[in-house]
Design a binder for this molecule. Structure first.
Ligand SMILES: [Zn+2]
Ligand SMILES: [Zn+2]
Length: 259
């Protein structure tokens, strides 16, 4: 199992691409989120749409779903997007059930419902696999558990946003926060269970309030910081993560091997 960060930038970063990843297992590739710059970040990693088999959507911010229209149209109209037998295929789409309708209606419909002569839905473009309550999905024999994070509150309700927790073939337990506030009480159990944590982390003088900030994460116990790799950061200078007890900053394109 190889796990590569196509990008490590925050939503408004102009460097390092959006924080989307590709997980490779048994020759199949799972894309984790597809932000607005996905076609460039895939190309920078030497990947084409035909190299992908599935996509997971963590939540509905543009740096995570802004590239879904590209995935939809780019796979539907690509004659080379076929399975081993030569039959037209679709990307599997893993998504929490309470987000699928909003992904279509609020994010994708405008650009993809308008194909000449067709009435389209999310199922037109993707093999949709909805994850229910306490959701999980299986990709190439590995279970991925959805972990709700406290990312932002919309109209008095916590908006759906789900990180992932999985056990890799080498036995390592991995926790990927995707996007979360600094809310350790809600996810500390996953910090503790994991052998390696990939944590979104903003830097700079202003705190957005919807992401963990470097100075917040520095308050965590040393044994938790030691297994944390930081990503989803703004442009600009960063303090030395290792000096502050973390495993490090993930670099754009960096790959982790969990084989
Ligand atoms: Zn984000
Ligand atoms: Zn977000």
């Amino acid at each position: 199992m190889k796990f590569q960060f196509l990008g490590v930038g925050g939503a408004f970063a102009r460097e390092n691409f959006h924080s989307n990843m590709v997980l490779s297992l048994n020759g199949k590739r799972l894309l984790i989120d597809a932000g607005g710059d996905i076609r460039f970040s895939l190309a920078a990693a030497g990947l084409k749409l035909t190299d992908l088999h599935a996509v997971y959507v963590s939540h509905l911010h543009g740096d995570h779903v802004g590239g879904m229209e590209y995935l939809a149209l780019g796979t539907k109209f690509n004659p080379a997007f076929v399975d081993d037998a030569g039959a037209k295929r679709k990307l599997k789409l893993f998504i929490k059930s309470n987000m699928a309708r909003d992904l279509w209606n609020n994010v994708m419909r405008g650009g993809t419902a308008t194909i000449q002569g067709e009435v389209n839905t999310l199922d037109t473009f993707f093999d949709v696999k909805k994850c229910g309550h306490n959701g999980k999905f299986t990709f190439e024999g590995t279970n991925f558990l959805l972990v709700q994070t406290v990312h932002y509150v919309n109209d008095r309700e916590l908006a759906p946003s789900y990180g992932l927790f999985w056990q890799a073939p080498n036995g390592q337990k991995v926790f990927l926060t995707t996007d979360t506030q600094f809310a350790p009480a809600s996810i500390v159990t996953f910090y503790k269970q994991a052998d390696i944590v990939f944590h979104d982390c903003e830097i700079g003088p202003f705190k957005s309030g919807v992401h963990a900030h470097f100075t917040d994460l520095c308050t965590l116990p040393v044994e938790l910081r030691a297994k944390m790799w930081l990503y989803h950061y703004n442009d600009g200078d960063k303090l030395d993560a290792v000096e502050h007890g973390f495993a490090g900053w993930v670099k754009q394109g960096q790959e982790f091997d969990f084989s």
